[in-house]
Design a binder for this molecule. Sequence first.
Ligand code: C2E
Ligand code: MG
Ligand code: MG
Ligand code: MG
Length: 279
Amino acid sequence: AQKKRAPSYVGVFSKTLEKRIHRELTLKDGLSEAIELNQFHLLYQPIVRASDCHVVSFEALLRWTLNQENIPPDEFIAIAEQYGQIRHIGAWVLEQACKTASLWPKHIAVCVNVSVVQLQDDDFVALVVRLLERYQLSAERLHIEMTESVFTSDISFLSEQIQALQDLGVKVSIDDFGTGYSSLSSMQDLAVDTVKIDRSFVNNIDSNGHAIITAVMQIAKALDYSVVAEGIETQQQLESLRQLNVDYLQGYYFAKPLTEQAVQQLLSSSAAPKLIRGS
Ligand code: C2E
Ligand code: MG
Ligand code: MG
Ligand code: MG
């Protein structure tokens, strides 16, 4: 006689788990040929000086289209880190960003997200030197945004790498400051140039975010870091952040991430493009 199957919760759970693993492996396989198949491109989001809203730099943000689907970087970067693909992809990003920025006016910098996994690589600094040379980009125009998605055990090597980049003239920032591992200890152990306050605090600026940003500003000023706030979406947030003396601002209120062509258009519209709504 056939045995009746008891309803299995394990089965339900393993179905979702199975789906997740399948998705992860599909993305992993896809990532390994995404460069060759031209599936990546970069968008560039302006960063403005808080005092007058002049554009000072653009952050390069990676986009991946796989079978008509836009896979968000928050999903695929983690996979690329996990499967050792981030070095290859990161080198591609860095090269594209340097090449593009070399066409911009000399006072405009490009900010590139670099995973701590890449920074741990012995060859990373040499790669930066090579690309700056190849595209005749002065080091001051390259900003490295360190994204700390995995815990770093070798903080002293990381600190050496950061110093080597700074010796070249490259600026280094801690991204998503205040979240995950990017906390006070990284400020203590790593002498960076800039901290980028995570957008969750800007989003909460009417409540607890205000006190937190105030505290971050105090520490940043004492340690001589400049501060960028991310995720500004309203005029009110702009005003509050100005009052808190945040140096630079980035967010949909000024502009969404733009194509290379849209950046060119913006940069050719004026010698010192300014981004304020309705003006
Ligand atoms: P991130 O470096 O903190 O970049 C800022 C993210 O916030 C971007 O998301 C941007 O599109 C989004 N954003 C900007 N302004 C606003 C706003 O006003 N409101 C809201 N809701 N969002 C805003 P995106 O492009 O999806 O990138 C997500 C993350 O993926 C980045 O966060 C970064 O950690 C990572 N990432 C992106 N490109 C690269 C890359 O080339 N290399 C590495 N290693 N990581 C990358
Ligand atoms: Mg960033
Ligand atoms: Mg960030
Ligand atoms: Mg982030």
